[in-house]
Design a protein around this ligand. Structure first.
Ligand code: NAD
Length: 475
């Protein structure tokens, strides 16, 4: 037998009622039952999926008003615990910076669209009335990354619950504590609004095996995965509907018309935000020769340090790993502070250094590898056309994110057309593309590989058409 939190509350209320009426309360002598508070965390994927399926059955029957209240509560609990979750994320994953994790959590809590994202369309005329509305899909499997653990769980949960789905999560193993803590808080918020227990579930010890089990589970109707290439490929091989958010390698183009002081400040801000672990962060710069020196000087004024020659070689020895003729980032330095990376390479480092910059060739491993570290290679090019051409190559067809600093509308248009990215930020830091200190909603799941792009509640729905025929004819 399982007793849920609501049952316990009812029992306590009954006892208190009896006491209030001067009766002797009958308190059960001893209850030998397994007490599950329905917090969403289970030993096995089977249990997690079964609970999410039951929760979906309940969620479907609730009113939109209740669903809206659930979303409001989820936003509030996320805001209230932003500091604690950010600290836990950095402590557990050893990636990024607490203040930037707080900003990401608040962004997800405040700017992920809720139920209002689902606007039905009505067609009315002589032949009747047709309504196209956004209906839930059912139980989603969501695989989440280590780089934005709490923010992704908040963002995905708001989107998925607003759309009327429930979720089986498989958080990244190295972010399981913070991800599961976030999920439990969100479940509390859902239940407090009158929603079902276990609307969000997970196994207590997620790993690669449970990730595959979640993806293939018969009770899981569809998948949303946020991570690198291997998880995207694994999900796409399953044969279910997949919304896949994969890696990026966002290039920045700076032409001679850019306001260089602002471009430099924006690039340092975006590339150093959370130590560059965001998939949307600036990963390489292509700058027109005429303004390259000025750009570097202004970046240094904004907290960057430039490495050259032997110093740069020493750094590369630390941060790059070569396997089978391919370069990979050294995982020890992913998401670390610039000063920590510099120290490891043997330099005295000012702890206030935000970003390491270095001039490289166009096909340098730092340019072509998603490093996820506060290290930004800068490539000098003769003109903007070449900058755009190289940016397209460096973006590798991810269709993810690109940034450009320019005052020339023709150049900006050319870049937009050539790069075909999901997010294209003009004259701002990359984080603006997520709605941070800019207009528009946010998402932490940018689905390039499967084409949905910026995900929100309606991404996780199916369209349902209700047709009333001949509604206006009197027979
Ligand atoms: P990761 O790919 O190592 O892990 C992501 C999740 O996938 C984890 O839960 C992991 O357990 C699971 N996973 C990994 N390989 C798997 C496999 N073969 N089969 C099944 N499950 C598997 O990602 P990470 O290091 O935590 O995050 C960084 C990566 O994610 C970067 O490449 C970044 O660009 C990308 N990312 C993309 C977006 C986006 O919106 N497009 C957002 C955040 C991160």
């Amino acid at each position: 037998m399982q007793i849920y939190e609501n049952d316990i509350k009812k029992m306590v209320e009954q006892v208190l009622q009896q006491l209030g009426q001067g009766q002797t309360a009958e308190v059960p002598a001893q209850i030998h039952v397994e007490i599950s508070l329905g917090d969403g965390v289970f030993d096995t994927v089977d249990e997690a999926a079964a609970a999410a399926r039951i929760a979906w059955g309940k969620l479907r029957k609730l009113t939109t008003a209740t669903r809206k209240q659930m979303i409001e509560n989820m936003r509030e609990i996320s805001r209230n615990h932003a500091n604690e979750l950010a600290q836990l994320a950095v402590e557990e994953t050893k990636l990024g910076k607490v203040e930037d994790k707080i900003a990401k959590i608040l962004l997800a809590a405040n700017k992920t669209p809720g139920v209002e994202d689902l606007v039905s369309t009505a067609y009315s005329g002589d032949d009747g009335l047709t309504l196209v509305e956004y209906a839930p899909i059912g139980v989603f499997g969501s695989i989440t990354p280590s780089t934005n653990p709490a923010a992704t769980v908040i963002n995905n949960s708001i989107s998925l619950i607003a759309a009327g789905n429930t979720v089986v999560y498989n958080p990244h193993p190295s972010a399981k504590r913070v991800s599961i803590k976030t999920l439990k808080l969100l479940n509390q918020a859902i239940v407090a609004a009158g929603g079902p227990e276990n609307a969000l579930t997970s196994v207590a010890s997620p790993n690669l095996e449970t990730s595959a089990q979640v993806m293939n589970h018969p009770k899981v109707n569809a998948l949303v995965v946020t991570g690198g290439g291997p998880v995207v490929n694994a999900a796409m091989a399953v044969g279910k509907k997949v919304i896949a958010a994969g890696p990026g390698n966002p290039p920045v183009v700076v032409d001679e018309t850019a306001i260089i002081a602002k471009a430099a400040a924006d690039i340092v801000k975006g590339a150093s935000f959370d130590n560059n672990v965001l998939c949307t962060a600036e990963k390489e710069v292509f700058v027109v020769d005429k303004v390259a020196n000025l750009l570097k000087a202004e970046m240094v004024k904004n907290g960057a340090i430039e490495l050259k020659g032997i110093q740069f070689e020493k750094l590369l020895e630390k941060v790059l790993v070569k396997k089978n003729d391919k370069f990979y980032p050294n995982r020890d330095f992913i998401g670390k502070d610039a000063s920590v990376i510099l120290q490891a390479a043997g330099f005295q480092a000012n702890p206030n250094v935000k970003l390491i910059i270095a001039e490289t060739t166009k096909d340098h491993p730092l340019v072509m590898t998603e490093m996820l570290m506060p290290i930004l290679p800068i490539v000098r090019v003769p003109d903007v056309d070449q900058a755009i051409e190289l940016a397209v190559i460096a973006e590798k067809g991810n269709r993810h994110t690109a940034i450009m600093h320019s005052q020339n509308i023709t150049n900006l248009t050319k870049m937009a057309q050539e790069i075909q990215a999901t997010i294209f930020v003009k004259n701002g830091p990359s984080v603006a593309g997520l709605g941070f200190e800019s207009e528009g909603f946010t998402t932490l799941t940018i689905a390039g590989p499967t084409g949905e792009g910026l995900t929100s509640a309606k991404t996780f729905t199916r369209q349902r058409r209700c047709v009333l025929v001949d509604g206006f004819r009197i027979i």
